[in-house]
Ligand binder design. Sequence first.
Ligand code: SF4
Length: 367
Amino acid sequence: MESAGAVVEGRYWHALDDGQLQCDLCPRYCRLRDGQRGLCFVRARQGEAVVLTTYGRSSGFCVDPIEKKPLNHFLPGTPVLSFGTAGCNLACRFCQNWDISKSREFDTLADAAAPEQIARAALDLDCRSVAFTYNDPVIFLEYAVDVAQACRELGLKSVAVTAGYVCDEPRAEFFANVDAANVDLKAFSDDFYRKVCSGRLDPVLETLRYLVHETAVWLEVTTLLIPGQNDSDAELHAASRWIAEHLGPDVPWHFTAFHPDYRMRDTPPTPASTLSRARQIAKTYGLRYVYTGNVHDELGGSTPCHACGETLIGRDWYVLTRWNLTDDGRCRSCGEVCAGIFDGSPGTWGARRMPVRLGGVEAPPSP
Ligand code: SF4
């Protein structure tokens, strides 16, 4: 493994006949001349190789509730050591983390840490997992994989929060190393992906299918609903139908609210009624675990037993309000299995967010 702050050669690229090097990590396939950076900005051509320029560098570390990723069926109530780097391979006009994802300066990369240091810190902080989040970990794959492996050596899990915009071979390497993923399904329209995100829908659907059918990774899906952009009944029906058919009823789906940001400051915030409408539509397709996120909605945030209707896990935003599961994840009322990764009693981390600097916990817990 590399030490913190190193430039490492990327694993997925090849030379073209015209002398350019093509990055094969994501479906953008950036073609690079010497000194050029890809759209993600963190991968660049240096001489005769494509390198990752942000190995071991982070935009900051924070202990979060796992529910914030969001993951509702993966070690509920536990703290997760979260970090990101800089850059992104999509260019979403509504990005809610644009200061990190569109960073062109590495001044956001204030913290540095080797993979073993991150895993050790997570253990010392009583976290059950480490999350790659804030920006897309696909673009720092070599670093993320090393961190995930260091976590496994210490008995910790790792979590990827990603848009799933990645090519086949790196997809397989990346997800062989992580234990859970929340994949953004930004819309169910290729037109939206092209116009609003500068991407395409198909590779994302392929990642979702791959995760369910070819890996043991625990998957949850998130869709940020943007008024007038991706929230029509027709689109929600089409997406729900696809998820039911291709992913099955047990993959949790989170609908979250948009707040005006970045290049979409003129679009209004998502009303709570839109989240509820989306949830109702998804449930008509037999999807068992559909959530409304980043709003106070105890019904839309709680996990029901799909067999008897009992509330298995009550939630108010990130706080667990009820627990009705056995240690191996069954309904205490009827014995039916709840899909997910459960391990005994739930954690008690609550909604706290605790920024940390590696090498020493710096800030006190904040509510
Ligand atoms: S990972 Fe970055 S450099 Fe590689 S193809 Fe995607 S955007 Fe381009």
